[in-house]
Ligand binder design. Structure first.
Ligand code: MN
Length: 324
């Protein structure tokens, strides 16, 4: 069974040397050992990555520049330059291994016009499958009206936007004071990115752009397990704006998820029940997570054969136009 992994990170030494913030995960208190593990694997493609893919049956990694990436504190000019550099670099890696790697573009959201142009170039000229953005950019979220042409372009090109966590924090959360364990993937990233996706949903982005697809990692950043509450509480609100559909109706249709970093057969089975197997795709979160743990959890999840094939490759082949 073909296995396509959608949230797989890399870095570029020459670019990181120019802009160290691009790979700086900020105040997350990672151990020295884990820091070394990741630093060795991020810039590598053939020495460790491909053998690990071979060993655990991962056919294709869809690569994206690691967080915070272009959403780090760059000027618009630096961001435009860094995104172009990163995308040209990734295009060469994919060209050298066209069946093993595919690419999501990095985008300079600091300059919405340039980001839209870079998306067009990355998809049209470099053959990328969509783009990956790390949450907000300088406190500006993607429901901002300046991004309307960007959403239209995503629809025109028929490619998804992967909304990944890890931008520099927009504000300091008191709930993490004295509890640094909560910072990053344990808690704040899921809440921040799930919140970002909800902003988009409630602002009507998917009513204005019904053909747009947003991908969330980490089993959907909590959302699949909150659908009933989203709907029941929305019915009690008078927010001064309306949606075409119930909030839950956008999750599993416009908003799709990957299982990256959640190695739980139970959670995957629950997500299938909540949003359907057509809306879920395999991912590892390499090198931050271990390929063996991700593939073992997926292999042992209680899924029908048909659902397992959809999640392993069928949905990604359709959405990313990866040839079966
Ligand atoms: Mn990730």
């Amino acid at each position: 069974m073909r296995l396509i992994a959608l949230e797989e990170a890399f870095s570029i030494p020459r670019l990181t040397a120019r802009h160290p913030g691009l790979t700086d995960l900020g105040p997350i208190p990672v151990s020295r050992e884990f820091g070394r593990h990741v630093a060795r694997r991020l810039p590598d493609f053939t020495e460790l990555r491909l053998p690990e893919m071979d060993r655990y049956g991962v056919d294709t990694q869809v690569l994206s520049h690691t967080a915070p990436g272009i959403q780090a504190d760059l000027t618009a000019e630096e961001a435009v330059d860094a995104a172009r550099f990163a995308n040209d670099y990734l295009a060469k890696i994919v060209a050298a291994h066209p069946t093993r790697f595919a690419g999501f573009a990095a985008l300079p959201m600091q300059d919405p016009k340039a980001a839209t142009a870079e998306l067009r170039r990355a998809v049209g000229e470099l053959g990328f499958r969509g783009a990956l953005v790390n949450d907000h950019t300088g406190g500006r979220y993607l429901d901002d009206p300046v991004y309307e042409p960007f959403w239209t372009t995503l629809e025109d090109l028929d490619v998804p936007l992967y909304l990944h966590p890890g931008a520099p924090a927009a504000e300091r959360w008191k709930v993490t004071d004295g509890a640094a364990e909560l910072i990053g993937p344990t808690f704040t990233w899921g809440a921040e990115t799930g919140g970002h996706a909800l902003r988009l949903l409630y602002s009507g982005v998917f009513d204005r752009h019904p053909r747009a697809h947003l991908i969330l990692g980490h089993m959907g950043e909590y959302l699949p397990f909150m659908l009933s509450r989203l709907d029941s509480r929305y019915a009690t609100l008078d927010p001064g704006r309306t949606l075409d559909r119930a909030p839950s109706a956008y999750v599993g249709t416009n908003i799709l998820i990957t299982i990256s970093g959640v190695q739980s057969p139970a959670a995957l089975a629950g997500a299938v029940l909540a949003i359907g197997a057509d809306a879920i795709m395999f991912a590892i979160d390499y090198p931050y997570e271990y390929t063996e743990a991700a593939t073992t959890a997926f292999a042992t999840a209680p899924l029908s054969d048909a659902d397992r094939h959809k999640i392993a490759h069928g949905n990604a082949e359709r959405l990313l136009k990866l040839q079966p």
